[in-house]
Design a protein around this ligand. Sequence first.
Ligand code: NAD
Length: 513
Amino acid sequence: MIDIINPVSEKKLYSIEEASDADIFAAFAKARLASDELYGSTVQERTRDILRVIQYLQDNEERLLDRIVEESGRSRGDAMLSDMVQMLEDCHWLVENAARVLADEKVPTPITLFGKKSHIYHEARGVVLVISPWNLPLAIAGTAALFAFAAGNAVIIKPSEQTPMKGIFEEISKLSPLLSQAITVVYGSGETAQKLIAQRPDFISFTGSVRTGKKILTQAAPLVIPVIAELGSKDAMIVCDDADIDRAVGAAAWGNMHNSGQSCTAIERLYVQSGIYDEFVRRLKAAFEKVTLGTGPDHDMGAITTPFQMDIIDGQIRDAREKGADIICGGEPAGHGGYKPTIVLNVTDKMRLATEETFGPVVPVYAFGTVEEVVRLHNQCDFGLSTSVWTTDPAIADHITRAVVTGCVNINNVMLTEGNANLPFGGVKYSGYGRMKGAEGLLGMTRSKAVLVDNTRGKPEPNWYPYSQEKLSLMSRLMRAVTSPAGPGKLFALARVGLALDSLLKKDSELDT
Ligand code: NAD
């Protein structure tokens, strides 16, 4: 049994039972059967079911927010924005776009394959295993599962054992017969997840830490299971001298402390150009000190969700303090599971805070001189998920955007690419690979099938046997004609070599008979 604890009251909410081997076999048996059933469903039927999910989320908004807040300890506003709004946006995007993105595609066929037609079918992968983290208990598992479902897959969700939201995904699955076949929830720890992987799902959608991501990749590799890995980060915000300071300060405070800092795209490195550094830090400190702590609708920042996360945050602060950093505000737990908004100056590479993901309301602030310097500092990091760039000069914004190695860039905003379901979401380096959301995320839940249709009747192909020197020379002429510049000369050369190949084929078939 695993106890689920409210991080604020420290009271037990309920327990979940670690799945047994029999539960895991049953989940896969059901999912494999469902995958066959889903094969016969249309994307329109599936998006109609996603409309029911939208209705369910809206009808149950208050109850779902209560559940998220009590399990995660985050503020109600954070739960609303990151879980509820995100999942609704993503569901709405699927309803509007899934049929278009998943439609069979007709693609051009080269002249060398004259008379053929080419298509791409975007087919379901089969059974998708969704392994999710504790920081956004509804939206991460829910969005991954519904993208997989929209593409025609059966889904097994293994929610985090810290915030499993027991019963909620089952309620979603009961919204329609197809959803109830398609969605199965299996509870348990990492051990259960490992047993699920051993059953060889057709695809794994993993969101979580780098440490676990590496373990999953190691287990999946010999089984040749494709994986999308959405991992941790240490994202940067770059504020140039010409930036709108007021907006940038507000964005830095929210971008660092949203979800109590427990966002994969949280601002964890703040680079401020030296011309405005002192002023910026002064205003940032004032903004941090204004943040209200608690889980009510009027509170800004809630608690840290797990005790081990609190240990990581506090450990990094102790390490930074011992190594000479200046903590200008916060730097200690706030009681009731919270951590005080914390700004740290004079951070060096020797400190854990400089290089490790913090996942808490703590921001180191660095001064930089030139754009080239800040790009170098940005790219030294082992992570790259979402970068924020602040300047009123579009040319500088464009230069930095192209130069930074990262998955997403927000110009004069923070964490907002995630808010647009049309954009792909995902990282580089240790932040992982593959993309969620958008057309790329939906197509990631499919395998492309290449289809070529030939309606030729009664004559062989030039590339078939017999080979001869004459045929090879004609092939060589054909490729020269194909790759020559467009124009009447090209058309003439193609026609000549086409006729020559045709007469060679006729000669070969006369010899045969
Ligand atoms: P975690 O890696 O500890 O756990 C995530 C999930 O993996 C849980 O369901 C857990 O039970 C499971 N798991 C644990 N060991 C496993 C194993 N050996 N094999 C298979 N599954 C296993 O992550 P967490 O602490 O729950 O989440 C926080 C992390 O998630 C942070 O690093 C954060 O940056 C990252 N995250 C990334 C994104 C993104 O989109 N890139 C989004 C949210 C969170």
